[in-house]
Design a protein around this ligand. Structure first.
Ligand SMILES: [Zn+2]
Length: 258
């Protein structure tokens, strides 16, 4: 009896709610419901488990279809600010990982060479987790800038052990860097110390004074300075892992600088 009353009152509440919504809102709700049945949107009852809030969310299938309709090449998907239900799920998994002292930033498993749907999702989840964790800012210079319509962020999610050398898509092997500092890091202009300070390549002092200067701004020497601490995420769990930092220091900064 109690259960029936609850069910009845839920139906009444639902009807009252529907009556108070304007017609366009009801139509929108119905369209979203149809789109979720077609797998283009995730239903609020599923999304609430992921985000703690009821909302419709675009799925991978949904964004693929939207890109096709808009004539946007599918390869640009990872650059867009839209986070799909599946990417958000992978991002949450990455963020929930617990830091291990003996963490290995290199994936030593024998993997199929082909790029799979899972590996692409993981890459996008990694990118999203890293740039959000660092508040869309470069951890070296603090640059935080988006495109004019705020559709794209300039900051990149850099791998500390490069992805081409089987560096993992984990928050501990990632760091948010602007395009310029990403390049400087990848070619060995600087490394990080275990206490998150910058160490500059000694060759910098051998360069002519006008080298690396943008008009009057000494962009190279002015932004990477030895002993300067980098900006770190709010949670210590998300800091770059010392094993990844040491790998980069040994293999890129000391031996592999180009
Ligand atoms: Zn920067």
């Amino acid at each position: 009896m109690k259960g029936r009353r609850t069910r009845m009152s839920t139906i009444v509440r639902k009807e009252q709610r529907l009556k108070t919504f304007p017609a366009w809102h009801r139509l929108l709700f119905r369209s979203a419901d149809i789109a979720s049945k077609d797998g283009l949107l995730s239903h609020p009852k599923d999304t609430v488990r992921l985000l703690g809030a009821r909302q419709w969310m675009l799925t991978e299938r949904g964004i693929d279809k939207a890109l096709k309709l808009s004539g946007i090449p599918i390869e640009q998907k990872s650059e867009l600010p839209v986070v799909t239900y599946e990417v958000e799920r992978v991002k949450k998994e990455i963020e929930a990982g617990k830091r291990q002292k003996d963490y290995d930033p290199i994936d030593n498993r024998k993997k199929p060479k082909a790029i799979t749907r899972e590996s692409l999702l993981r890459r996008r989840g990694f990118r999203q987790a890293v740039i959000e964790t660092y508040d869309y800012s470069c951890s070296i210079c603090g640059l935080k800038v988006s495109s004019p319509k705020s559709l794209l962020w300039e900051v990149e999610a850099a791998h500390i052990v490069p992805h081409r050398l089987s560096g993992k898509d984990d928050i501990w092997n990632g760091i948010a860097l602007c395009h310029f500092h990403h390049w400087c890091f990848d070619v060995g202009w600087f490394a990080l110390t275990p206490d998150y300070a910058i160490e500059v390549n000694s060759r910098l002092s051998e360069l002519p004074v006008d080298y690396g200067v943008m008009r009057e701004l000494d962009i190279l020497r002015g932004s990477i300075k030895s002993n300067q601490k980098i900006s770190l995420p709010r949670r210590q769990n998300d800091y770059p892992h010392e094993n990844a930092i040491l790998w980069h220091r040994k293999n890129i900064f000391m031996k592999g600088a180009v």
